[in-house]
Design a protein around this ligand. Structure first.
Ligand SMILES: [Zn+2]
Length: 312
């Protein structure tokens, strides 16, 4: 059976991206998996530390237990998203023990987020996690540059952020980071922002982000590893599709399906109705937004599909 690293490589070769759907509520797992399978597609189901700290997914173990109840190994893998070294509230995190625990629980890939550290410390922390992950035979994602949005308090005006390139992943730093850490996938900042997670802001519509595609191209050449786009909800669609053509190989989706769940739950009081909303939204994203219906065999290495050059 294809492992997570192989699946991402296949996707890269095929010129498509693997979506990673974040699940801050345990009942979201079933409809996400069902939607991915019904679209004959492939995705990662992801959970970040802040989703069990600040939302209701409880723990890596609770997510794993719910995941295996519904797991369809031909269509999904379980990914541990953002384990920060310093979290969104500026607290130090015992990241290594969380990652070790997830690996023991059977997670298929992990992410360490040292992006709030300086370059040297980020390299050091990431290399440590890469060693642990690789010893267990699974890939490790890392982040360089500041994908803002999880912090408490408002962001500076988006246009200002974008024009100044504030927080963008630096090309030379990325080159060195990829070489020295050995990480498998790198989350980059090229104009993307995370959805707000605190207070009333978290239900507000996300600003429409843009992406600096020339900068992405430079990062791709410098790192030579699959790149990841976080904050995939709410980016201008043409920009996301262009970014995928230029080697973004994994796109994280959080806000979009979380808000679908919460607003349906609030409106109806019914978890089943909220699950339906997640199913509809996930199906729409795969089918209409990313155009990924029917790509399962391609990324599982069971079909000869179009090459990146041949892809539309
Ligand atoms: Zn993220």
């Amino acid at each position: 059976m294809s492992d997570a690293a192989e699946i991402i490589r296949n996707a890269q070769q095929a010129g498509i991206a693997i979506p990673a759907f974040n699940v801050p509520y345990l009942p979201m797992i079933e409809p996400v998996i069902r939607a991915v399978a019904d679209q004959d597609s492939f995705a990662l189901v992801g959970v970040a530390r802040l989703e069990w700290k600040k939302f209701e997914s409880q723990s890596p173990a609770a997510v794993r237990d719910e995941f295996i109840k519904w797991n369809q190994p031909d269509h999904v893998r379980l990914h541990l998203d953002h384990i920060p070294v310093i979290d969104e509230d500026n607290q130090r995190v015992d990241y290594l023990s969380i990652i070790r625990e997830a690996i023991e629980l059977g997670y298929d890939s992990v992410m360490v987020d040292g992006s709030r550290l300086d370059l040297e410390e980020n390299i050091e922390a990431t290399r440590q996690v890469v060693d642990v992950a690789h010893a267990a035979g699974i890939p490790c994602e890392a982040e360089l540059g500041a994908v803002l949005g999880h912090e408490t308090g408002p962001l500076p005006p988006y246009d200002e952020l974008f024009e100044s390139g504030m927080g963008f992943t630096d090309v030379e730093e990325a080159r060195r980071f990829a070489r020295e850490t050995g990480c498998d996938w790198l989350s980059v900042a090229i104009g993307n922002v995370h959805g707000a997670i605190s207070g009333a802001m978290k239900d507000r519509k996300k600003i429409e982000a843009r992406l600096d595609l020339d900068h992405l191209e430079r990062l791709r050449k410098a790192t030579n590893i699959p790149l990841v786009l976080h904050g995939g909800s709410g980016v201008k669609r043409e920009h996301v599709l262009d970014a995928i053509k230029r080697d973004i190989t994994k796109v994280n989706i959080g806000t979009e399906i979380r808000q679908a769940y919460r607003s349906a739950l609030r409106a109806s009081g019914s978890v089943a109705a909220a699950q339906d909303a997640v199913y509809e939204r996930t199906s729409w994203l795969i089918r209409d937004y990313f155009g990924l219906s029917g790509t399962r065999a391609l990324v599982m290495g069971q079909a000869t599909g179009p090459s990146r050059e041949g892809a539309a």
